[in-house]
Design a binder for this molecule. Sequence first.
Ligand SMILES: Cc1cc2nc3c(=O)[nH]c(=O)nc-3n(C[C@H](O)[C@H](O)[C@H](O)COP(=O)(O)OP(=O)(O)OC[C@H]3O[C@@H](n4cnc5c(N)ncnc54)[C@H](O)[C@@H]3O)c2cc1C
Length: 548
Amino acid sequence: MRKFSVLNREEDISAAVEKHYDLIVVGGGVTGAGIALDASSRGLATLLLEKKDFASGTSSKSTKLIHGGLRYLKQFEIGLVRETGTERAIVHHLAPHLVHPEKMLLPIVENGTFGKWSASIAISVYDYLAGVKPEDRKVGLTTEELLEEEPLVKAKGLNGGMMYSEYRTDDARLTMALVKAAVRHGADAYNHCALSDFLYQDGKVVGVRCIDHVQDREIEFKATHVVSAAGPWVDQIRALDGSTGGKSLHLTKGVHIVVPHKRLPINHAVYFDAFDGRMMFAIPRGRVTYVGTSDTTYAEDLDRVLCTRADAEYIIGAINNYFDVPGLGLEDVISSWAGLRPLIHEDGKSPSELSRKDEIFEAPSGLISIAGGKLTGYRKMAQRIVDLVISRRAPSNSSKCQTASLSLQEPTYPDYAAVTQHIESLAKEMKSTGLEHYHAWYLVTTYGRDADLIWSQVSEGHGAENMRSLLLEAELEHCLASESIYYPQDFLNRRTGALYFDIELVNQFQNQVTTRLGQAFDWSSSELDRILEATIQETKDCLAFLNE
Ligand SMILES: Cc1cc2nc3c(=O)[nH]c(=O)nc-3n(C[C@H](O)[C@H](O)[C@H](O)COP(=O)(O)OP(=O)(O)OC[C@H]3O[C@@H](n4cnc5c(N)ncnc54)[C@H](O)[C@@H]3O)c2cc1C
């Protein structure tokens, strides 16, 4: 099979401009990637275009939960909770190495969002709507039991709590798995290729004009249908088409901060009350704990969204209000991210009150746009869009939606126990080399079955420090050959997650990674300098608030 690599780009695009696609999807976040997989697996000739990197928009900046959204029950979003709740188990089955069962702790506090009875009823409804198996349903905890599970929760005003089932993921890796699965089913997919205009015939969209940032040239692709899944940029693209009538987007910013796990050493994911009536998640992951999110209206630069000092102070304040972690402050923050929710505007509603439902816009030109929704609901959103496309005009060989049973990696794991076994066997092999159990966990939960391919390329080194560098080199070669990376942050952020979860590794190796990519893509020394500077800036942006 042809490798999914920017190294093949020139040849691939020369062939693509000669094709007539059934469907072009603009936007390589989870929504666009899901649509590309659904369409290509139904037999549609599909092209996916992403202006930066796959998942570089909101789809690498979420809370990274595959969840039904307990709090949406309070807004009576029963349909949304049922759909996303049911989807959790499906997505877990499709990609067990990427979607992990996680027990969520909900402490009940005096004057909090949930009282004991309302929490118990809400989570029972939540479990029922999601079809949770009896053994995984919620469990009520006394105050003593809760403190035994999570000793850091402040005891004052505590009235027991609940433990219930959710799933944790890596949003960027999930998006990447969808893109790669779409490519396996015949789709073409290009990152760093930005839609700049539409092509029309008799007032109908018949293709797109793009800027290919890799080759620095303008190109055109032709198709019967064009769908925009551009998340926060959906209105900008509707404006290009002159079709902004009716509903519009209301963007809200959500921030997460990352601290070393030893500074907030929680045992479970905790869903807790901030001090202003909002709720937040604190989630342990490997060697860090991340906490978020804020929810504020946003109307600034969509392409550079940062955590401000006020955002970070708000989250640190909420942590200190709830957990007993003396002295936790801004200086403990090691990374952060800020993402935009593309919500649908409703007059008079605050950011937190706006619906998380998705919305489809159909323009007179034939352009279809989709925005809103959740990471968790990507598959059903994709199904609705492809059903709509097919209802307009389908190629004769198109079939029904199959994505509920299409594994996101081939070969896949039969079940979650096989993922755990894979981690343990890899950890055993790594032990003699000086690497830790963490590295086996990281490799399998990031690359799944490809972890073995990567590990087989790691030659023997001496000492853990050297081994980590050799492992990173093997990951880089793998991503260069088969995960469509071009810029260093494609690798350091979206493929490895290191920018958020292992920032020391980024600081240590960003020069080396840039140099290797420069060799691979034959960058001139001025290009190399410019790209290295941009890479370092993006790393610094994670802690930009410290300089405010
Ligand atoms: C703080 C926060 C926390 C969240 N937490 C969760 C959670 O825990 N669980 C959950 O299920 N959901 C969560 N969500 C919601 C979820 O993250 C989003 O619904 C989802 O990621 C949106 O994906 P998308 O593909 O629609 O948009 P995006 O991921 O933003 O993708 C749109 C893409 O379009 C591209 N694009 C824009 N213009 C062009 C152009 N001209 N040409 C080509 N490409 C273009 C962009 O570069 C971008 O990559 C959260 C959201 C936020 C903000």
